[in-house]
Design a protein around this ligand. Structure first.
Ligand code: SAM
Length: 444
């Protein structure tokens, strides 16, 4: 590994990639390769500068450094940018004389993303939708592998075609290598503008922690991608960059793409709750559907998030679902009026709706095999170095963190339901008091 890192460092110099002499690439236990300050660095100092032609992308790098009989036909076939990037990574990995070989040789050999999980590690996700998404992604990779290489071969690109003596697999273009290449792309490709992205050697050696810990300010110029220090950096400090700046990521997405999760999740963590579709003989189905459609609640999947564990659309769904015939007329007026549509219809409907939601969330929570407290104790025990019985893998721990985050969201939904109920009871009690106090007045 050290040797390929040395080769890579030489390659960077030969290709005019600037690396501030105050930083170095170091392998750190939890992070893999990392960028660390060898000396103190002042705010606004340039950290790195990568010429655009060194970037593996359509912005010049590919056409400049790949043989034209490979680049030209494959780039005009409508292959998705991600798949194309993966195929060129495979090419560079398999061809020692290719321009990016020294870079590709320092890319990780193994990943901790959920597509690499064992059955057992996937099972640790319990009811999390991430399990399903992971299986879908794995199937997708195989489908893309088969269709893309069939097309490349039909196009007559010799490098990517089987021959009479060698299958594609024997040439090294295996599904396994394609999965590896896609994993490199998902965990390290950059969006450089709306339409361009690519693999940026050296810039992709920075790890991430919570955004507040990032000390990197990227800047794209006509000919380079540059990183500046956004704050003073101490000697020995690891320099972090934020991930998912353009697209905030949930822990599940992080585990699928990057193979790690933050201990406290991310603000985008969510649970997707599916509610039952209306059966054709649902009472008052037409009114119910009309109200939901008018409010653009046509989806049967609702996203519960940390910030918004009880979305108004879900509440509306529950209120409408639990309408009874004599309420339908004024429900229509109530739920279609801008002022009242997010308010309870009446005490009866509200009580039933809250109970309905509570049951729904409880059922979801019960579908996980363990409780939140149990999961937390697993994590605590694993942090306890004296505990020799603890043999949870890094992947299992990440699965547990995902299900913890989801259960915490579901519990905060239950909390939000409880608060609504308390509020309702208070209003109800006050109204009763008012009625009692105003006994002699006409009903209003
Ligand atoms: C852009 S690369 C960074 C360089 C990488 N460490 C390497 O060895 O090549 C992203 C990968 O770094 C690792 N990584 C980044 N931040 C991390 C963190 N906070 N904890 C654990 N792993 C992290 C993950 O494996 C992630 O997929």
């Amino acid at each position: 590994e050290e040797e390929s890192l040395n080769e890579f460092n030489k390659w960077l110099i030969n290709n005019k990639v600037y690396k501030n002499p105050k930083i170095e690439i170091k392998v750190l236990e939890k992070y893999g390769r990392s960028i660390v300050a060898k000396q103190p660095i002042k705010k606004n100092e340039k950290l790195i500068s990568v010429p655009k032609l060194v970037i593996m992308s359509n912005m010049g790098g590919f056409s400049h450094h790949l043989p034209s009989e490979i680049y030209e036909p494959s780039s005009t076939m409508g292959i998705s940018p991600t798949n194309l990037q993966a195929i060129f990574l495979m090419y560079c990995k398999l061809n020692e004389r290719s321009f990016w070989h020294p870079y590709v040789s320092v890319l990780p050999k193994q990943f901790t993303t959920s597509i690499y999980f064992s059955e057992e590690e996937l099972d640790q996700l319990q009811s999390s939708k991430l399990k399903e998404f992971t299986i879908i992604r794995k199937d997708g990779i195989e489908r893309h592998y088969n269709s893309t290489f069939t097309r490349l071969s039909n196009r007559g690109i010799a490098e990517f075609s089987p021959t009479s003596t060698q299958t594609l697999q024997q040439k090294g273009y295996t599904l396994e290598l394609f999965t590896w290449a896609l994993s490199c792309v998902w965990s390290r490709a950059f969006s450089l503008s709306d339409s361009d992205g690519g693999m940026v050697p050296l810039a992709d050696m920075f790890n991430a922690e919570e955004i507040s810990k990032s000390k990197v300010q990227p800047k794209v110029t006509d000919s380079t991608l540059d990183y500046y220090a956004s704050d003073d950096i101490e000697i020995g400090e690891q320099i972090f960059t934020p991930y998912g700046v353009y697209k905030p990521l949930s822990s599940s997405q992080m585990l699928m793409d990057y193979g790690f999760v933050f201990n406290h999740g991310t603000p985008s963590d969510n649970v997707a709750i599916t509610v039952p579709v209306f059966h054709p003989d649902e009472p008052n189905i037409q009114v119910k559907q009309a109200i939901l459609e008018e409010n653009e609640v046509e989806n049967e999947v609702f996203l519960l998030t940390k910030k918004n564990p009880l979305p108004t659309e879900l509440l509306l769904y529950a209120r409408v679902k639990n309408l009874i015939t004599k309420e339908t007329k004024y429900a229509k007026i109530h739920f279609l009026s801008y002022q009242t549509k997010d308010q309870p219809l009446n005490v009866r409907n509200e009580k039933v709706s809250l109970r309905f939601l509570e049951n729904l969330i409880h059922r979801y929570l019960d579908s996980y095999e363990t409780t939140l407290d149990f999961d937390k104790s697993l994590i605590e025990n694993s942090n306890d170095n004296n505990n020799n019985n603890n043999n949870l893998s890094f992947n299992s721990l990440n699965s547990i963190k995902i299900r913890i985050s989801e259960k915490e969201i579901l519990l905060s939904t239950l909390d939000a339901i409880e608060k609504k109920r308390e509020k309702l009871n208070n209003i109800n009690n006050n109204n009763n008091n008012n009625i009692n106090n105003n006994n002699n007045e006409s009903d209003s």
